[in-house]
Design a protein around this ligand. Structure first.
Ligand code: ADP
Ligand code: MN
Ligand code: MN
Ligand code: MN
Length: 330
């Protein structure tokens, strides 16, 4: 017998966890199997009323589950019973946007997912009372939770997720992993599955993970999901011209972007702690206090990508990617 973990985005705002349910099938195999359409009770996930509660799960990508043998993770889109996409189906909206743009744009995104580990109601590694020593040497230094990070990284690699690196973050208990770069739909899928794996691994260790943009008030860094973006033109010789143009286009619709960049982001984007203030737009080379940073290497090479530092850790990568494509590629 094989097990399929069907996972999907729920209707909560923000969606900080994927819902999942398990289907047992006679034989699926690690590749080549076709996961059947399934369903769930949408009234318990804020996706339907009790009176007509059925929602449809349409499998869109299958990953081998690194946490259990003979088990696969089936990423699903949520559809209505009348075969229209559910209003929470942001993946579908991204896919439509991608279909609308020219093939040779070839957009790539890379996400830097920051998150905070918790033990009970305190960030992992924090004392039971009061606060730990101020931040300063936790970033890429002595932090807490390395065992989780290692297990999660290995799990992502085994699942075939495009994980590109990890690092300890500025606050004690805070970490980051990077997904990509690659096509926006695939990288967003990978990020959601990576988030799901993190939930499961934390649970196994008696911990939880928070994607809150500013878990601890005061002189502590928040958690973001910097989104790195490029088009084919930006990556080629003379691409910086297109990167600068993208920055100017992004400036015009700053407010629209902030609407889809994550809930509670105003607590994080204060202008302090390596952020720009939420109501201000700026861009610059190597500037970690800007909304958009152009990495020094990109400036030196004259081509590459830009880093949008505004999305929060709890953002929906489908919505962030869609907005970036709309602004920069259309
Ligand atoms: P930093 O912490 O200095 O901002 P990271 O190394 O954590 O940088 O993240 C850099 C991110 O940029 C990675 O996710 C990587 O995939 C992404 N990236 C690199 N090249 C490109 C590119 N051409 N287009 C889009 N994203 C890219
Ligand atoms: Mn980073
Ligand atoms: Mn970071
Ligand atoms: Mn970054």
């Amino acid at each position: 017998m094989d097990k399929l973990e069907y996972i999907w985005l729920d209707g909560t705002e923000p969606t900080t966890q994927l819902r999942s349910k398990t289907k047992i099938v006679k034989s699926f195999g690690r590749d080549g199997g076709v996961a059947p359409i399934w369903g769930f009770d949408g009234s318990s996930t804020e996706q339907a009323e009790g009176g007509s509660s059925d929602c449809v799960l349409k499998p869109v990508r299958v990953y081998p589950n690194p946490l259990e043998l003979n088990n696969s993770v089936v990423l699903c889109e949520v559809w209505n019973v009348d075969d229209t996409p559910h209003e929470t189906n942001t993946r579908r909206l991204l896919e439509e946007t991608i279909t609308d743009i020219e093939d040779d744009i070839d957009e790539w995104v890379g996400f830097e997912q920051e998150y905070t580990l918790y033990k009970g109601i305190r960030p992992y590694g924090w004392p039971a009372v009061g606060q730990p020593p101020p931040q300063g040497d936790y970033y890429c230094g002595r932090n807490a939770g390395e065992e989780i990070v290692t297990e999660h990284t290995n799990a992502c690699i085994e699942a075939g997720i495009s994980i590109a690196g990890t690092n300890a973050e500025v606050m004690l208990g805070q970490w980051e992993y990077q997904i990509g770069a690659g096509s926006s739909l695939e990288m967003s899928d990978d990020l959601w599955v990576a988030r799901w794996l993190m939930e499961k691994i934390c649970y196994k260790h008696g911990l939880t993970v928070s994607l809150d943009p500013k878990p601890i008030e005061g002189d502590w860094n928040g958690a973001g999901c910097h989104t790195n973006f490029s088009t084919k033109q930006m990556r080629e010789n003379g691409g910086d011209e297109f990167i600068f143009k993208a920055c100017m286009d992004l400036e015009k619709v700053h407010g629209e972007h902030m609407e889809v960049y994550g809930k509670g982001n105003e607590r994080r984007l204060t202008g302090l702690h390596e952020t720009q203030a939420i109501d201000t737009f700026s861009w610059g080379v190597s500037d970690r206090g800007a909304s958009i940073r152009i990495p020094w290497q990109v400036d030196k090479d004259g081509c590459g990508y830009l880093e949008d530092r505004r999305p929060s850790s709890n953002c929906d990568p489908y919505r962030v990617s869609k907005k970036l494509i709309e602004t920069i590629c259309t």
